[in-house]
Every structure is written in C-alpha cells, then in structure tokens.
Design a protein around this ligand. Structure first.
Ligand code: G3P
Ligand code: MG
Length: 250
C-alpha cells in the first residue's frame, strides 16, 4: 500500500534549480510540491550531506571524493554556480538541516541513501538513525504517512538501516526488476519497489502491485508516459520537470 504523495520533485526541484540544495527544495515548494526525493551520503567525519555524486567536479567545483572532506568543509562549497550564476554560493546542505526544513514545512521525504563505495553499512545506519530521531514523535503516534521512506540501490545499506531503525519504512531501489525481486524485498521487509520507468512493463507493474508492494518510478519527465504509468497501477513517481508535471498531476 502507498500512503504517500504521488508526485515528487526529484533531487529537490528537478531541473529548474540546482539539484539537492535548499534552493532546489524551495523551487519545488514554489511549484506546489510537498514531496521530494533527494540523495544522501556521508562526509569524511561521518556526517550525512545531501549530494548525488560521490565525487566533486560536476555540481561542486573541485576534485576528489565527497568522503575526502568533512561536512563543514562541504557546507562551505558552492553547489549552485554549475547551474547558473544566480545560484552562486548555494551550499551543500547537511542532511539534518535539509530534513528538519522538510519536516517543518510538511514536505514528505523519500530519502535515497547513496553510500560512497565501501560505506554502505555506515551510511545506511547513520541516515536511518537520524531520520528516526527526527520523526520520533510521528513514529510514536503512528503517523506513518508523514514518516520518510528510505530507499537505496544498496541492499547492504538498507539492511543496516533496518538494524538501526526498524520502524522506518524501506524501499528497494532497482534499475530493472530482477527475477529475485520479491525475495530481496521480503528479506528487507520493504514496503515498496522503486524502479526506473524506462524498463518497466505493464506486466511487471501488475506483479509488483499484486504482491502487495507500493510501486514508485524514477524519473518521469514526459506527461504522456506519466499517465500511462499511473494507468498501469504505478503509485507514485519523481520528476525533473516540475514545470510540466505538477503535484496534482495524478
Ligand atoms: O531515487 C530515484 C532516483 O533518484 C535514483 O537515481 O541517480 O537520480 O539518484 P538517481
Ligand atoms: Mg536519487
């Protein structure tokens, strides 16, 4: 069962603002979005930051890996100039700040745990523990539709997340639906399957839904395809084109 919003802004504000930044989040909110997907990984000091690439160079000037820097160093870096001069100086957000802002503004979160290579367990456990602490009141009150959903391509990270905060819901994030998908989902006690929409067939969508899982797709930027997926029974998706596909599209 899917108890969450249907349309999410991908990486904060899709392609209308620098990805995985507060500016992106505000842009999504200005377009009416109250649900967001974003990526989280650990800095050298073990503090989680909101970032997609495990290395510098694309969204942040510089070289080396995210894991070569402490969070406070990353938070001083410019994650906005690559997108446009109007966003120069936009910092790499700390996960804690980003999540607190979402919580305070009623923005539901799909937190994608994106571990740097070799740091799956540490990343999964840290992010899950922090998210569970932040949402302790909602969890205690059983307000599960407000609690973040953790997803990851890393099975190990999700296992660690389950160990650290079993009460937080998890989703298996996969590019294609593998033959053993249900076994993987069961072993994680996952509530949803997150798939790349390009590879999804109507038959696969039916099988996932019939097995009782939520079904989420990334990243859907064509309204016609979005309609088709919803007809197939896809529960929700994230989009980069928040200008074409609004929060009440479904
Ligand atoms: O969580 C869905 C999607 O964001 C996964 O791919 O590379 O955009 O993080 P990516
Ligand atoms: Mg992502």
């Amino acid at each position: 069962m899917w108890r969450y919003p249907r349309i999410l802004a991908h990486r904060g504000g899709g392609t209308l603002a620098p990805e995985n930044t507060m500016a992106g989040l505000r842009c999504g909110m200005a377009h009416g979005f109250r649900a967001v997907e974003f990526d989280v990984m650990l800095a050298r000091d073990g503090v989680p930051v909101v970032m997609h690439d495990p290395f510098l160079g694309r969204t942040v000037p510089g070289s080396g890996n995210v894991f070569d820097y402490d969070a406070r160093e990353l938070a001083r870096m410019d994650a906005g100039s690559w997108f446009g001069t109007g966003h120069a100086g936009e910092p790499v957000p700390l996960f804690a700040d980003f999540a607190r802002f979402c919580q305070a503004n009623g923005v539901w979160m799909n937190i994608e745990i994106k571990p740097a290579p070799g740091y799956d367990l540490q990343t999964g456990a840290t992010v899950a523990r922090m998210a569970a602490q932040l949402f302790a009141t909602e969890l205690a009150a059983g307000e599960l539709s407000r609690v973040p959903l953790l997803s990851s391509f890393s099975h190990a990270a999700l296992e660690a997340a389950r160990e650290a905060a079993p009460q937080l819901p998890r989703a298996c994030l996969m590019s294609d639906l593998p033959p053993d998908w249900q076994h993987r989902a069961e072993s994680l006690e996952a509530v949803a399957i997150h798939l790349r929409h390009r590879h999804l067939t109507s038959g696969q969508a039916r099988r996932v839904k019939e097995a009782g899982y939520g079904l989420f797709c990334y990243t859907v930027n064509d309204p016609q395809r979005a309609r088709e997926l919803l007809v197939w029974g896809v529960d929700a998706f994230c989009t980069d084109r928040i200008d074409l596909i609004g929060p009440s599209f479904a």
